[in-house]
Design a protein around this ligand. Structure first.
Ligand SMILES: Cc1cc2nc3c(=O)[nH]c(=O)nc-3n(C[C@H](O)[C@H](O)[C@H](O)COP(=O)(O)OP(=O)(O)OC[C@H]3O[C@@H](n4cnc5c(N)ncnc54)[C@H](O)[C@@H]3O)c2cc1C
Length: 463
């Protein structure tokens, strides 16, 4: 998920919230004195955490500090979930989270990354070359014009729609800005900014709520030393069982039973941090079923996908100093945004991103199809300068059985509480957490981390 410089409305909202003292952490911080006072409050308690992503690890490490006996059960063969770094291309390829959004001192992910000795690269959204559908470079003043039109259009929608309006962003743009919508630059902005930022297709994103989320301050940063490394201190000393998908959670009795295919475990409390896509596809049987309120949220909330494709070449045929390339294509969402690795590494890699409905298509392509598809977009610009691909990596979060998508987003019929409801304890025994359980920071690593803290705090206060 990305907060783009051109998304003026959001930035203004954040600054406004800060100015009136609505700190982004409100109600989410762990009270240090309580934490110290209850240091052994959970002594003798067994707690199972399902899922070793950032939210699950955040809960596990706090609960361990309070004396609980912790078992983390993870379906995959690695720790991190949607934080996963691959070094096979010679530079960090991030399967999931790639940027720390708003790396201010308040941002818990920045603090975690600092603690783990991370190295950073400060991104610059203004370093952008944009190309039209014919592969022609667009002049800088025309890019500014597109940005101005896009922001004007969002402002018009914001002025027109009330908080309770149930319009999707696409319909709102077509209704309020029909003239602008005929501009291919606006169609590009809709996908490269809105669909990337929110993680769903504009045909489904809520027009009234999508810009109500909050952000930490500061320009986004890339972790040049790899995102996954930030998890080291959280995971240290935890008992983590990998390759063990949980398929049943029975919380009818005082002791909760958790079943994987081969084993059964018992616990006093359970934190379930699996992604929304896993909950939506009923891969885990809950006994009794989750409360209606939780089920309703799980059904209603949007869960989209974003596809990443890294293409490595022997030599750069592009401008090595430009950070991002924007590419307008006939089909909305088809590789509209490329990150140039030469700006922060020695590797000749272009990282393409697909969004919205097109990302669903890309996630279902074969490896050959996806590479050819990305190359096709590059060849429209750099023609026969595009050389043979030396190596590549492509993601497919939609087909990943333990995710079923990239991150949650607010659909036109959703309300803030559809996210926040999910954090409410179930029978004071079962606690959900994850990026989909917090409206204001949905779809981010910091949001996921904070929900893990919140789930842990709930257990500490109950026990
Ligand atoms: C392509 C992409 C780009 C992103 N970009 C950014 C970004 O730039 N910045 C940012 O802040 N955020 C970004 N995000 C979002 C961020 O990665 C997530 O919000 C965050 O990592 C989610 O953490 P989590 O703990 O909620 O879920 P996860 O990390 O998904 O953890 C859940 C864990 O549960 C496990 N699991 C699933 N089913 C079972 C089961 N049955 N039994 C046991 N374990 C199970 C999973 O394998 C996983 O390890 C991006 C995500 C994606 C996919």
């Amino acid at each position: 998920m990305s907060l783009n410089r051109r998304n003026v409305l959001k930035s203004l909202y954040t600054l406004g919230a800060m100015a009136v003292g609505l700190g982004p952490f409100e109600g989410m911080q762990v009270n240090a004195s309580t934490a110290t006072a209850n240091k052994q409050a959970l002594s003798g308690k067994k707690i199972i955490i399902v899922g070793a992503g950032i939210s699950g690890l955040s809960a596990a490490s706090l609960l361990k500090k309070h004396g609980a006996s912790i078992l983390v059960i993870e379906a995959k063969d690695y720790v991190g979930g949607r934080i996963k770094t691959d070094w096979s291309l010679g530079a960090p390829f991030e399967f999931g989270a790639g940027w720390i959004h708003g790396p201010s001192n308040n941002n818990p992910i920045k603090n975690l990354a600092d603690r783990n000795g991370s190295k950073y690269f400060l991104t610059n959204d203004d370093s952008l070359e944009l190309f039209d559908r014919n592969g022609r470079k667009i002049k800088e003043d025309k890019i500014d014009e597109i940005d101005a039109k896009w922001n004007h259009c969002l402002q018009k929608i914001d002025d027109k729609l009330s908080y309770n309006s149930q319009f999707n962003l696409h319909d709102a743009i077509v209704n309020e800005c029909s003239k602008e919508w005929s501009d291919q630059g606006i169609k590009w902005a809709a996908t490269a900014y809105a669909e990337f930022d929110i993680g769903g297709p504009i045909e489904k994103i809520s027009a009234s709520l999508y810009d109500e989320m909050k952000y930490f301050e500061g320009e986004d940063i890339i972790i040049a030393s790899g995102y996954q490394k930030i998890l080291s201190s959280l995971a240290a000393g935890l008992n983590i069982k990998l390759n063990s998908p949980v398929h049943k959670i029975d919380y009818r009795n005082a002791l909760i039973h958790v079943d994987t295919e081969k084993e059964s475990f018992k616990a006093d409390y359970i934190v379930c941090s699996v992604p929304l896509g896993v909950l939506k596809t009923n891969q885990i049987e809950f006994k009794p079923n989750l409360p209606v309120k939780h089920l309703s949220s799980i059904n209603k909330l949007g869960f989209g996908t974003v596809t990443k494709l890294a293409l490595k070449f022997d030599d750069p045929f592009w401008n090595r100093n430009t950070q991002y390339f924007g590419t307008m294509t006939d089909e909305k969402g088809r590789w509209p945004y490329w990150l140039n690795y030469r700006t922060f590494s020695d590797e000749n890699i272009l990282l393409g991103l697909s969004f919205g409905n097109y990302a669903r298509k890309a996630d279902n392509m074969s490896q050959k199809e996806i590479v050819d598809d990305g190359l096709d977009v590059l060849k429209n610009i750099w023609k026969d300068k595009v050389t043979k691909v030396n190596n590549f990596i492509a993601t497919s979060w939609l087909t990943d059985p333990f995710s079923r998508g990239a991150y949650s987003y607010v659909e036109e019929t959703n309300k803030e509480y559809d996210f926040d409801n999910l954090l409410e304890p179930v029978s004071n025994k079962l606690f959900l957490c994850g990026e989909h359980t917090i409206f204001k920071y949905a779809g981010t690593t910091h949001g996921a981390y904070l929900t893990g803290q919140k789930a842990a705090q709930s257990i500490i206060s109950i026990a």
